[in-house]
Design a protein around this ligand. Structure first.
Ligand code: BJ8
Length: 425
């Protein structure tokens, strides 16, 4: 880290001892998994820097923005429309976390058989180790899966600024009307928090900022079609994870720069793995920092990941918002249209997701799919079965994995992944 940020963390109310322990785990994981990779694009140096400063300089920037009057809004889900937040000159940060923390305390409030993602969010709050959570002026929860919606009833006792957004579970006319009403209510809440009245010009600007970062990520994704793959799945995942934390303009610029470098690599037929390395599409639950376990296992087992069908990946970023409209009402409709296409497994039925997985296999020329479900995540574990069936019908090999954030099953997972890679070779 470039400076000593101890007093900043202390002022945010973090537990300095616990926070040091977390930073050590994060730093070691990053060192062992990321910095041991070979032939990384030079542009990844930016993301190495972001990760080294994820609790340092980036938090200082957020606090400086707050001192200048800008609000910070934290979110656990890609259904929270960043366009509206940006339109009010506020900043949206992702609060999902990918590591177990303070689990003994968490299990006094949540059942043991709750998914790791939810438990981890509670652990970071209860262990007082998350500067993003503590910097947030508003924390948005969303009624998506049962685990999340019920856990917010408890989270509201731990934080004073929880705002809960209702999300439909069916893609019907009524479902669309619900999400529209909720986005309008959210717009009002953001206006009240920031004191900014969101007009059409502001909304257009917000859409432009978010579309630009999505377009940069799309460009990066498309370049992963090449064989040999110009970038590892681990590095591409990191870019998708940083999407949720970084300053949007700087992020867009950095990803576009990496894309320029990758284009040159492709031209020279250079890659991170040899040509014809088995190509895997990863599909399923989102992977928040520092949840790199499964991608690391895959890419140290003789395969390369060429795409993520995930909210930290293409499910979260694939659609743009149409900014060609002129009024607030029209632009809000465009935002609703954009988000109503997100094919999260909380929707029933959810055929779009299966179609998208097949489409991604074809686009990225994947040899097989690894479906990643977090233990106790009913929506994605339930859906993994029809996904496997649909892939089997098209002769696309599929391996279903369910795991958690612990490292206890690494050996067993590696054996299964290696066997799968051997099979698809
Ligand atoms: S839009 S995927 S970010 S809800 S892993 S907490 S589903 S039990 S994260 Fe998600 Fe929004 Fe959907 Fe995306 Fe529940 Fe499953 Fe846990 Fe999950």
């Amino acid at each position: 880290m470039s400076e000593d940020y101890t007093s900043m963390w202390e002022n945010l109310g973090l537990d300095l001892v616990a926070h040091d322990a977390l930073l050590e785990v994060l730093g070691k994981g990053y060192q062992d998994i990321y910095l041991t990779q070979k032939d990384r694009p030079e542009g990844m140096g930016y993301f190495d820097f972001v990760m080294s400063e994820v609790h340092g300089l980036r938090i200082k920037e957020l606090l400086d923005e707050k001192a200048a009057g800008r609000k910070v809004i934290g979110s656990f889900c890609v259904f929270v429309p960043e366009e509206i937040v940006q339109a009010a000159d506020a900043t949206l940060v992702g609060l999902c976390t990918g590591a177990d923390f303070a689990m003994d305390e968490v299990e006094k409030l949540l059942p043991r058989n709750t998914c790791s993602l939810i438990k981890s969010a509670f652990g970071f709050k209860m262990g007082k180790v998350c500067p993003y959570l503590e910097s947030s002026d508003m924390i948005v929860g969303e009624n998506t899966c049962d685990g999340k919606k019920k856990s917010y009833e408890t989270l509201t006792n731990l934080v004073s600024n929880l705002y809960v957004m209702d999300i439909p579970q069916v893609k019907s006319v009524e479902g669309r009307a619900l999400i529209k009403a909720e986005y309008l209510r959210f717009k009002e809440a953001v206006e009240e928090l920031t004191g900014v009245a969101i007009d059409a010009a502001r909304l257009k600007k917000g859409i432009e900022i978010v579309n630009n970062k999505r377009m940069a990520i799309h460009k990066l994704s498309i370049l992963r079609k090449a064989d040999p793959a110009p970038i590892s799945g681990l590095d591409a995942l990191l870019a998708n994870q940083v999407f949720f934390y970084d300053n949007p303009g700087r992020f867009t610029e950095s990803v576009n720069k990496i894309c320029d470098e990758l284009e040159q690599r492709i031209e020279k037929k250079e890659g991170v793995f040899p040509k014809e390395t088995p190509r895997i599409l990863l599909s399923g639950c989102p992977m928040a920092v520092p949840n790199w376990k499964l991608p690391w296992i895959i890419e140290t087992s003789g395969a390369v990941i060429v795409g993520e069908e995930s909210c930290v990946g293409e499910r979260g970023t694939r659609n743009l918002t149409d900014d060609s409209w002129d009024t607030v009402e029209e632009l809000m409709e465009a935002i609703v249209d954009r988000y109503f296409q997100v094919d999260c497994a909380i929707f029933t039925p959810n055929p779009d997701r299966i179609e998208h997985i097949v489409e991604m296999v074809e686009t990225y020329k994947a040899d097989g799919v690894i479906h990643y479900g977090l233990q106790f995540c009913q929506p994605y574990l339930m859906e993994s079965m029809p996904v496997e069936k649909a892939l089997e019908a098209k002769n696309i090999p599929c391996l279903r994995i369910d795991t958690d954030y612990s490292m206890e099953d690494v050996g067993q997972l590696k054996t299964r992944v290696e066997a799968f890679v051997e099979m698809i070779k």
